[in-house]
Design a protein around this ligand. Structure first.
Ligand code: AVI
Length: 321
């Protein structure tokens, strides 16, 4: 009971999320290169599939980042100090977040996630594991401006943005997000952010097109979600998953590829796709050390320390407001 009393739910605007999904899908399907923002992957099914991805042998980012947190926890704790409210952008995985929380003696934990069910479960698990820690889950889209719980206002904050999720945004959007969170977290804040590095194409493409087909199911679930939530008639079985490295933009692109000419409707609106045409569903940008630091500086953060893994290359960067 003690644990449950410490959980707070900031009211979720489900109607708003629904309207935004609908308008992103229609706008994206009307474009010449059809494209739907990657944030819509994460309904309950998509979040569960993403957790499965993180356990795949080919998907190195989670393992690398967890290894960095394990190996460098003491150095990170010294650099961060105790007594901060940890605000995590995207709900914590069952392994990564506890490693950080156990190392740094936080004053509160605020997971922010768009997927309410997933957020509730992971917040409950975290609160059970750290019984003295106040946990304030916020069901919200962290790419938008988010009101933080009143209770953490007086505390210095640590933004925790693991998993290289920043890579899912194009640079301009990433910089806007970093600036928004710089403002929301305040002058005394720190940011600990996971950044995936550029590496050999084979390693990258295998990480996003695994032989077990979990990433394919994750990608295709976006179409299932459109059918489920927006009354779509998309013939999902006529699509396949593609993940390719784009050297110009230094990113993995995921696409949903039409296997034949087809017509379908979403919300009663008709769409046509020709055989071979794609819906661009995700970018996953990778950054060299210099580019990562430039991105952070452009977003209003000063890099203080970097902990990185060489093979496969991945980095955790601590930055100050
Ligand atoms: C959440 N994000 C950092 C993942 C990535 O690596 O870009 C999403 C993902 N997409 C396919 N596999 C994993």
């Amino acid at each position: 009971m003690g644990v449950v009393r410490q959980l707070r739910q900031i009211s979720a605007d489900n109607a708003g999320i629904d309207i935004a999904f609908r308008s992103d899908v229609h706008a994206g399907l009307a474009q010449r290169q059809k494209a739907i923002p990657a944030r819509w992957f994460y309904d309950a099914t998509g979040s569960a599939l993403f957790e499965d991805i993180t356990a795949l042998p080919e998907y190195y980012p989670t393992r690398s980042e967890t290894g960095l947190l394990r190996r460098h926890a003491a150095a990170m704790a010294t650099a961060i100090g105790p007594g901060r409210a940890v605000v995590e952008l995207g709900s914590g995985s069952s392994t990564k977040t506890p490693l950080l929380l156990a190392a740094i003696e936080p004053a509160a934990y605020v997971p922010v996630d768009i997927s309410g069910d997933f957020l509730r479960d992971s917040a409950l698990a975290l609160a059970a594991r750290f019984p003295g820690l106040p946990v304030y889950p916020v069901e919200a889209d962290f790419t938008q401006r988010v009101a933080l719980p009143r209770e953490i206002c007086p505390l210095p904050k640590l933004g925790f943005f693991p998993g290289s999720t920043i890579g899912n945004m194009v640079a301009r959007t990433a910089i806007d997000l970093l600036r928004n969170w710089r403002e929301a977290l305040g002058d005394e804040s720190l940011l600990l952010i996971g950044i995936d590095r550029i590496k050999d194409i084979g390693t990258l493409e295998r990480a996003y097109d695994d032989p077990a087909g979990v990433t394919a199911a994750f990608n295709l679930n976006l179409l299932e979600r459109i059918n489920r939530e927006l009354g779509g008639t998309i013939p999902v079985e006529n699509f396949s998953h593609r993940a390719i490295w784009d050297d110009v933009h230094a990113r993995i692109e995921m696409h949903l590829v039409a296997a034949c000419d087809m017509d379908f409707t979403v919300d009663g609106q008709r769409y046509h796709m020709a055989k071979g045409e794609t819906i661009h569903s995700e970018n996953s940008h990778k950054y060299g050390p210099r580019d990562a630091n430039l991105l952070l500086r452009a977003g209003g953060w000063t890099p203080l320390a970097t902990w990185d893994d060489a093979d496969p290359a991945f980095a955790l960067i601590l930055a100050a407001a």
